[in-house]
Write a protein that binds this ligand. Sequence first.
Ligand code: ADP
Length: 490
Amino acid sequence: MNNIKSVSHHHLSMLESFPCATVVIDDKGEIHYANHQVRELFGHDPNGLVGQTLETLIPPKFGKSQIDNLVSDIRDQPLSQLKNTVLHGNHIDGQEFPVKVKLTTLPIEFGGLVAAVISDESRKVNIENELIRKNHLLNFAEEIVGMGHWQWDLRTNDVIWSDNLYKVFGRNEVGGLKYDTYFSYVHPDDIEYVTERVQTSIADKKFHHFFHKILLRDGRVKTIHLVGQIFTNDNDEVIEMVGTCQDVTENLKNEELLRNASILEAKSTEMEQFAYIASHDLRHPLLTIINYIKAFDEDFGHSLTDEAKEYLNSISQSADRMDKLITGLLEYARLSQKKQRETVDCNEVVKDVIKDLSATIEKQDAKIITDPLPVIDGYEMEMHQLFQNIILNAIKFRKKKITPVIHIKSQKMETGEGYLFEINDNGIGIPEKDLGKIFSIFRRLHENEEFEGYGLGLANCKKIVELHHGKIWAQSEVGIGSSFYFTIKT
Ligand code: ADP
């Protein structure tokens, strides 16, 4: 090995002018020369380092052995061959910091000595750490809002996704995505729409945000919102799209719930106003008319002709009927108002109804058979009204000369979410074409003279059932009888 002193002044000044700390070492790591940049980086006097080993600058715990390996690796390599590695340096004041070490063989004059060019990596490592930290934060933020980001290179068709975007799509085959792969994740109903949106964005060179459905492997459907930006080259051709994708499935559900809630609220306010108008503005003048008819009859009835008396009677009857209709309407409107559910024993409810209707039941000689009924979570008064309306109709629409027989039963629903009730009668029946109409307000199939009524009973029943999140319907055969069914969700 050559002594450094025999190396020409020209070569040494070249090392001195290197912009990085440079030390010349032999194959045992002994330092033969250090330039003045070494002082700046490590705080050591360059001359004082001569004779010491590289361990002074790069302690063994930071991988000096790696340097030894590298030195022996490159010794026989040509000058241009460089190796570099990131290690830790040791400042004279004891502070450790990241360094990058590049080894290079020196001209022949150096007799096999190797130069180690050492640069400070602190800034780069700090930047890298900051990038890693920011990336973690971004991933965390994306996870919280159910979002991911994507990049599509239109020249290669390669697509890159952030980790969380794979989670949004419920996929784990990380990497190797192509634009076409994306379409295998899009819900079949939306493929045409997505294609059209993407094409429009490319044509307009402006990303038009849009929503579409995706189909997950487990069959779940999600709705996502895509927002992006378009990049063009110097020829104004679209070469790249970058953007975000957010899972908005839950947001949409919540929005729909809110929308429904506000519609319900608006409806209920409307109903309350209607009920107020019905009770005050309509009923008051009507009661005045009824009272005056009574007074007129009492004061002048004796002096009226029979024909005039009949007219007065008709007016009085119509006014009474109108009062009943308004009262019924008022009850119908009030039904939608929110109340607290309670435990309702349907056996007790039906027992009470039968007691209340005992006079009618006796008069009509009706027979009511009740199977055991469930205890539900519901609205007791309304359930009473529901059973009463259906039972009364079954008695009212009886066949002449045939004892009305009414059978009430119930069973648990197959879905386990509540009960199905069934009330059968052997009455006149309802034509099939009318089965859909009978639950509408004021809808009647008979003249008043034939069967008295107001067309409110079944409309009320429908409302009560809906209040319990159930459904009501009927099956019937004219001349045989009818069956009314309703479900109550508990
Ligand atoms: P109302 O009994 O006051 O007419 P409802 O709303 O209770 O009003 O019933 C609507 C119509 O449905 C009745 O007018 C009647 O034609 C028909 N209907 C209801 N229940 C029965 C039944 N059990 N048998 C036959 N027809 C019925």
